[in-house]
Design a protein around this ligand. Structure first.
Ligand code: HEC
Ligand code: HEC
Ligand code: HEC
Ligand code: HEC
Ligand code: HEC
Length: 237
């Protein structure tokens, strides 16, 4: 078949090329996907997002990062590339979740007066409360973190039947989310009577990823992936 040794070398050469190609693009990522099985499910609302919606950066998309790291793992490359965490900052999230009405915008808490509060709860990062791949909406165990910033709250002409001052004096920090959402994006009327508040069960089911007890009406809705891709195309043109 190979009378010509040059043809033979070319043949073997391209065969090796094909094998490496298949291995890098099919088998190796499959192997890597085993690692993903240890990642939890996507958070509420993110089930249909592609990995690149959050994991893209100038150094290539997730698949490219994976390929590079796999090549590193089998000795084809000298260095691995950073992956995941490092690249995902607030900007990635705000590309789809910019809510100009946010009453707790992350950038606000960069002010030095929040330095001590931020040590207890880092409200400058979405990730503190919304860590991804846990199949939840909010990762905080309890909803009492308002204590870190509102312990000396005074509400003038307080409209509620048990005034804020009293709730706070009695350390009833679980009640806050029973009346107030955190970002202020829900369109609803805040209760003024303790008997009309949302139940703690409904709140914790919501934080864990369940039904939204406030209302399904929002002032701002997130950008869909389709729309996000369009916006990115416009920017890179
Ligand atoms: C909505 C944004 C988002 C999407 C979509 C997303 N991820 Fe992530 N991913 C994150 C964030 C944020 C982290 C950092 C750790 C954390 O918050 O859990 C992360 C961490 C990871 C890590 C761990 C990285 C490390 O260095 O520890 C891997 C692996 C990963 N993601 C893979 C994937 C895959 C595969 C997909 C698609 C099925 C995907 N991610 C989709 C946000 C996202
Ligand atoms: C490509 C756009 C996109 C990116 C990037 C993105 N999201 Fe989302 N997010 C969505 C969409 C779409 C939904 C689903 C909204 C729905 O179901 O109504 C959602 C849902 C959510 C929800 C639940 C919303 C609800 O209605 O209760 C939270 C919390 C959230 N995202 C936080 C984040 C965080 C934190 C990041 C950054 C790590 C992020 N998202 C990145 C598009 C995005
Ligand atoms: C200190 C904790 C904390 C931080 C930081 C935080 N969130 Fe939230 N987030 C919450 C809580 C608690 C809820 C549930 C109450 C509510 O709906 O406002 C929530 C709900 C949401 C929702 C669903 C309700 C809505 O507003 O439409 C989205 C989307 C969301 N967060 C996105 C983000 C993004 C994006 C960031 C970063 C820019 C962020 N969050 C930072 C605690 C936090
Ligand atoms: C990291 C600090 C911090 C945390 C944690 C925090 N807040 Fe706030 N909150 C603020 C600041 C700062 C303001 C703005 C006050 C101002 O502008 O005078 C504010 C304002 C508010 C407002 C009034 C918004 C308006 O437009 O009138 C409500 C309601 C509120 N927070 C509820 C909560 C609830 C409920 C929690 C817990 C789930 C919480 N906050 C956690 C710092 C925080
Ligand atoms: C029974 C419902 C209810 C509970 C419980 C409640 N609030 Fe309020 N809160 C209100 C109402 C009503 C207002 C008036 C403004 C409005 O309608 O949002 C208000 C106002 C506020 C304001 C704005 C104050 C201002 O001067 O503008 C902050 C901040 C606040 N609440 C934080 C909290 C915190 C923190 C907790 C938990 C200790 C809490 N609230 C518990 C109903 C409630």
């Amino acid at each position: 078949m190979f009378n010509n040794p040059l043809r033979k070398r070319q043949y073997i050469g391209s065969l090796i090329g094909i094998i490496i190609g298949v291995a890098t693009y099919v088998i190796l990522p499959m192997k890597a996907s085993e690692d993903f099985l240890s990642l939890g499910p996507m958070n509420t609302g993110h089930e249909d997002l592609s990995c690149n919606a959050c994991h893209t950066d100038a150094k290539g998309n997730l698949m490219q990062q994976l390929t590079t790291n796999m090549q590193y793992a089998v000795g084809m490359r000298k260095e691995s590339v950073p992956f995941g965490t490092q690249d995902i900052d607030n900007k990635k999230c705000l590309a789809c979740h910019d809510r100009p009405n946010d009453r707790h915008p992350t950038h606000r808490f960069l002010e030095t007066k929040f330095k001590d509060a931020i040590k207890k709860i880092n409200a400058t990062e979405c990730e503190t409360c919304h860590t991804e791949h846990h199949g939840v909406r909010v990762v905080l165990d309890d909803a009492t973190f308002c204590v870190n910033c509102h312990s000396d709250l005074k509400v003038i002409d307080d409209p509620i039947d048990v005034p804020h001052e009293e709730l706070i004096a009695n350390k009833q920090w679980t009640t806050c989310l029973q009346c107030h959402d955190f970002h202020g994006n829900h369109v609803y009327k805040t209760a003024t009577k303790i008997k009309d508040t949302l139940s703690l069960d409904a709140i914790s089911a919501y934080l864990e990823g369940g039904e939204d007890p406030f209302t399904s009406k929002k002032k701002y809705y997130p950008t869909s992936e389709e729309e996000w891709i369009k916006q990115n195309e416009k920017k890179t043109k």
